[in-house]
Design a protein around this ligand. Structure first.
Ligand code: FAD
Length: 510
């Protein structure tokens, strides 16, 4: 380890973003990449590989696969606290998440295109999703789906249960929206459906960025690229800060199995550390100058936008008693995980062509729970470092329900959608009865608000805290992920949006 570690690129984090980038950059067998990952490769562990653990991983919390973290008390939800975590292993969040594969809708991409230019147009996005996916399912638009990409996507189950069909029929009648076959067809973004699309092999095994992009044809278990690929993966290696030479990112300081090391990049440093990316930027001197100075971190570039505008979807539930004779999942496909769902517009009729609500059926014998996500919250939070120690926890404030419009929006979902779905379900099969919230709670504003706060759950859809936008519009990175104010530093992960990985421009071979 005494020899100098010099690579063309250093990628920090081997999650949904980092694994794809490291593989893509080294495809030409000329470009060298060091990929640093704090966790280990655990693809073969049963809870990671076996999709039936997907929901248990979240509910029961398997600490061996997660970062340890908790957010600050949330005033909008009775000062409750929620976990602040993601996967700490190869594949990052994609190795432990709920496996749902949902592309952004064309309406969202059109907004991104307006802000960021044609790189983000719906047409280009579809082209890239097609390239990435190997879709194993039915569709209303074959031209929009890929069949040769590295990510296996399975539409499941092949034969939906009676429970899923009844729920879908009830949502159709309650909303007036017809059932859709493929919610990732850009032409059918809204409506109820009986089958989800999951990051899964045809067998039902979990597909992650680790299984898809760091498989044995790409990298050995010890982290060496195969067949001449100039890829080196260091597991158990935690980046602490980016090194700068003037304002150019020249390398990374990291802790590997307890030893402090430095590696250098000839071309770029790429940060794909997910929810940890803002901490890494701030520890490296990019962030609000006053906070950096207070933490005794030399300021490389003052950007007050780092860690701001944190946004997460709201999560609540409605629980129904179901017909005990209706199976939640087909007996031959427990990996199907979910019992129907829907993507719907705002129930009040605002922006009728935009997705605003996601409903997700999660069932057990005799019970059907609908997870309810409001996807257009106005509340914003922030992430702040406390000092210059990379091991000190960040203060993550998700700002849930801080904006009173969000409480109104969630109330409307119960008053309009859930109440009507409950009525239609009961009309289809009287065994289906809404038990939580009780129907009279929905009709009483103050009890409904109390229910929403107490019932509030946490999901891991944190986004936007390293916003991809011009600096003057609150941005931290430009449309290609380059960090404003410095050279050769890129952020490529969910916090800024999702980057079109294949657009990272490879320099001409030297
Ligand atoms: C429980 C759960 C359920 C979810 N369900 C879904 C779902 O069903 N569908 C969906 O689309 N999304 C889901 N998500 C969200 C999705 O997984 C994330 O949006 C996605 O993984 C983010 O990708 P990323 O590359 O930004 O970060 P991550 O995938 O989190 O990857 C970051 C990687 O960087 C590593 N890392 C972090 N800091 C450092 C450091 N300093 N040094 C070295 N390595 C570091 C981490 O260990 C991790 O491997 C879920 C997330 C969670 C946690």
């Amino acid at each position: 380890m005494n020899r100098k570690l010099i690579f063309d690129y250093i990628v920090v984090g081997c999650g949904a973003g980092g694994a794809v980038i490291a593989k893509t950059l080294t495809d030409n067998n000329r470009t060298s990449v060091l990929l640093l990952e704090a966790g280990e490769k655990r693809d073969k562990d049963q809870p990671i590989r076996d999709s039936t653990f997907a929901l248990k991983l979240e509910e029961q919390f398997f600490p061996e696969y997660f970062w340890q973290g908790e957010g600050v008390p949330q005033q909008g939800v009775d000062d409750r606290t929620f976990e602040w975590t993601t996967g700490r292993l190869a594949g990052g969040g994609s190795s432990i998440n709920g496996e749902q594969y949902v592309r952004p809708s064309a309406a969202v991409l059109r907004e991104w295109e307006k802000l960021l230019g044609p790189l983000w147009s719906p047409r280009r996005a579809v082209r890239r999703f097609k390239k990435l996916e190997n879709y194993n399912g039915r569709t209303s638009n074959a031209g929009a789906r890929g069949r040769n990409g590295r990510i296996d996507i399975r539409q499941a189950p092949a034969n939906p249960t009676g429970m899923a069909r009844k729920l879908t029929a009830a949502i159709e009648q309650a909303t007036g929206l017809s059932e859709i076959l493929d919610y990732n067809d850009p032409k059918t973004p809204l409506g109820p459906f009986t089958r989800w699309q999951l990051y899964q092999h045809p067998s039902g095994r979990r597909e992650s960025s680790s299984t898809a992009f760091l498989s044995s044809d790409i990298v050995t278990p010890s982290g060496h690229g195969v067949k001449g690929r100039k890829l080196q993966v260091f597991f158990k290696s935690t980046a602490m800060r980016v090194l700068f030479s003037n304002k150019r990112a020249s390398g990374v300081e990291f802790l590997r199995e307890g030893k402090c090391l430095k590696a250098y990049a000839r071309k770029k440093v790429i940060i794909s550390a997910g929810i940890n990316s803002p901490q890494l930027l701030m520890l490296s001197g990019i962030g609000p100058a006053a906070s950096l100075k207070k933490a005794r971190i030399p300021v490389v570039f003052h950007n007050p936008n780092v860690g701001k505008r944190l946004r997460n979807h709201t999560l609540n539930f409605a629980v129904f008693r179901a017909n005990p004779n209706d199976r939640p999942l087909p007996s031959n496909d427990p990996n199907a995980l979910y019992t129907g769902g829907a993507l719907l517009p705002d129930p009040t009729g605002i922006a009728p062509n935009r997705r605003a609500v996601q409903l997700l059926g999660i069932a057990s014998e005799g019970m059907l729970t609908l997870a309810i996500l409001y996807m257009r919250p106005k509340s914003r939070g922030s992430i702040n470092i406390q000092n210059n120690d990379p091991l000190t926890i960040v203060l993550a404030d998700e700002g849930f329900l801080d904006n009173s419009d969000d409480m109104e929006a969630v109330k409307n979902i119960y008053k309009i959608y859930i109440k009507n779905i409950a009525a239609q379900l009961a009309a289809i099969d009287p065994s289906y009865q809404l038990v939580s919230p009780a129907p009279d709670v929905i009709d009483d504003d103050s009890r409904l608000e109390q229910f929403i706060r107490e019932n509030f759950g946490h999901n891991h859809h944190q986004q936007s805290f390293l916003r991809m936008a011009p600096l003057k519009n609150g941005g931290v990175v430009d449309r290609r992920g380059n960090v404003h104010g410095v050279k050769d530093l890129v952020v490529a992960d969910a916090p800024s949006f999702r980057l079109p990985w294949t657009e990272i421009r490879l320099p001409p071979p030297t």
